[in-house]
Write a protein that binds this ligand. Structure first.
Ligand SMILES: [Zn+2]
Length: 523
């Protein structure tokens, strides 16, 4: 049989992509672990070079043609992936550059802005500390308001980017950027909105009762009526995390080596994560990225995680979470073509990471992880997991509904829209006099990680569906068994990007993705 010209194209094109991909990731690792200016410059230029590989219009046209005529499923899938990678790069180089420039400036403004509180510049962590520890409501309110100051500076920059993003989407035939992003990610827009709506309705009662518990406890703590609590009663600026019991739960991990806990946990699944931990960067250091992530440098097994481990239950969850991404990346079928050695979307890899992270709150696995018999605290952790799920789900609903409206009509009163959605989903009343503020613009993802947030909630839904499938297939609800490890390896990890994320969900659980398992577990 004669070779299809696409095969020759791949032989020539993929090695270039792979080389640039690896260089880019190496630069990013240096940047994130050191914060050096040189690494930032290098990463910026490699990023542009990488994107430029997918810019050629003639190649794009040819790929579309090949995608149509190919019959071999693996080749067809690779052509499909390339078409979707080329597509958003088919706008003028000038617009691409303008967007990159505006994003870089926005990222810098975001990183450098420090609001003033009582005449002193304060950081994000300072504000979080106040919201965690301060009992004086007036001081809390001031800190919360300070956290929203950044919105005024960022809003015009974000709106300029929204406009550019919409222009580029319209050039490619979409009604707006939100619609384009979903299409490129193989997510059906009406399905997404309907699914989130379904989840919202079915968990409404459970959320209301969790909120009641939270408000009772906070109103007792601050000595004010429930109606007077305000959004500043929560322990962070967006009311997206569980504000109860957090400090108490940290006592459970006191003196525990969290890396070792992770190592032992995955060993029980029959998976050795020592090589990953050896390459990882686990502890705080000046200049280093303060969050956490997992990166597969070369799609050839160099998988690393970045953490800033402290003795808290949150960091136990995070270590397990990032290692969940890592074992997924190491589990692709060995002879898959390079282009397919990735998850089809962040939904399935988040599903794995989230299910692993949840073990830090479930009393049985937690007992093993921290080697603690403190039954009462273990039960509290489990209750906290349920509240966290309900609270976070509401936050994702706000973010997703807001973004969909933001791109549909960026000229409306966005702060009014923002608070309408907060009241609708989070059931937190808008404070007085916010009409002329820019609270919507203070969340990092709105400007810099657009049309992405919904994946966290779909990932949670998938995590619950996996849990259900594991219980059926492996006869146990626990994740930490070799049988569960093998099941995930075979069904979830090994296919890579052979199929779309929605097909993969069916392949793993036997059903399309719905909120049902999540609803059963948490509401
Ligand atoms: Zn993750």
């Amino acid at each position: 049989m004669e070779k299809h010209p696409f095969v020759e194209f791949l032989n020539h094109f993929v090695p270039q992509v792979a080389r640039k991909f690896k260089q880019l990731n190496q630069a990013m690792w240096i940047l994130e672990t050191t914060g050096s200016d040189d690494a930032a410059d290098l990463k910026g230029s490699l990023d542009a070079e990488y994107r430029f590989l997918f810019n050629d219009a003639a190649t794009y046209k040819q790929l579309q043609q090949w995608e149509k005529e190919l019959t071999d499923p693996l080749l067809k899938r690779q052509a499909d992936i390339l078409v979707r990678t080329f597509k958003p790069n088919q706008i003028s180089k000038k617009i691409l550059e303008e967007m990159a420039q505006k994003e870089a400036t926005l990222a810098q403004s975001y990183g450098n802005f420090r609001p003033e509180l009582d005449g002193k510049k304060v950081s994000e962590n300072d504000i979080r500390d106040i919201l965690k520890n301060e009992n004086n409501v007036a001081r809390r309110k001031k800190a919360w308001e300070a956290s929203k100051e950044i919105g005024r500076e960022l809003a015009p920059q974000i709106l300029a980017l929204v406009k550019l993003r919409n222009d580029s989407a319209k050039n490619l035939g979409y009604s707006d950027y939100f619609q384009m992003q979903l299409d490129l990610q193989e997510v059906d827009a009406p399905w997404l909105l309907k699914t989130l709506d379904d989840l919202s309705q079915k968990s409404d009662k459970a959320y209301a009762s969790a909120l009641d518990e939270i408000e009772n406890s906070l109103s007792h703590r601050f000595g004010v009526k429930k109606e007077e609590l305000g959004p500043w009663a929560w322990t962070e600026p967006f009311s997206q995390e569980d504000p109860l019991d957090t400090r108490e739960l940290d006592a459970l991990v006191s003196g525990v080596d969290l890396s070792k806990a992770g190592l032992d946990f995955y060993r029980r699944m029959g998976i050795d994560v020592k090589p990953i931990l050896d390459r990882s960067d686990m502890y705080e250091r000046p200049g280093k990225n303060q969050h956490a992530f997992c990166i597969h440098i070369d799609r050839e097994g160099d998988v690393r995680t970045l953490n800033n481990v402290k003795e808290s239950i949150k960091w136990l969850e995070t270590v397990l979470h990032e290692l969940g991404h890592a074992i997924y990346e190491l589990g692709f079928e060995k002879n898959l073509p390079w282009l397919l050695k990735e998850p089809p979307h962040m939904i399935p890899t988040e599903g794995m990471a989230l299910i692993a992270g949840r073990q830090a709150y479930l009393s049985e696995p937690l007992k093993n992880l921290v080697n603690s018999p403190q039954k009462e605290l273990l039960q509290k952790a489990e209750k906290s997991l349920k509240r966290r799920q309900l609270i976070f789900s509401r936050w994702v609903l706000v973010m997703t509904a807001f973004e969909s409206e933001l791109y549909r009509n960026p000229d409306q009163n966005l702060n009014a829209l923002w608070w309408r959605l907060v009241e609708k989903y989070q059931k937190i009343k808008a404070p007085a006099h916010r009409e002329h503020q820019f609270d919507w613009a203070t969340k990092y993802h709105i400007g810099l990680a657009p049309v992405y947030y919904f994946s966290y909630l779909l990932g949670e839904m998938f995590a619950s569906a996996i849990q259900e499938a594991l219980a059926k297939e492996c006869g146990a609800s626990a994740l930490a068994t070799e049988k569960a490890g093998q099941f995930l390896q075979k069904r979830l990890f090994s296919p890579g990007n052979r199929m779309s994320w929605s097909e993969l969900v069916k392949h793993v659980t036997g059903h399309p993705l719905t909120p049902d398992a999540w609803i059963k577990e948490f509401s």
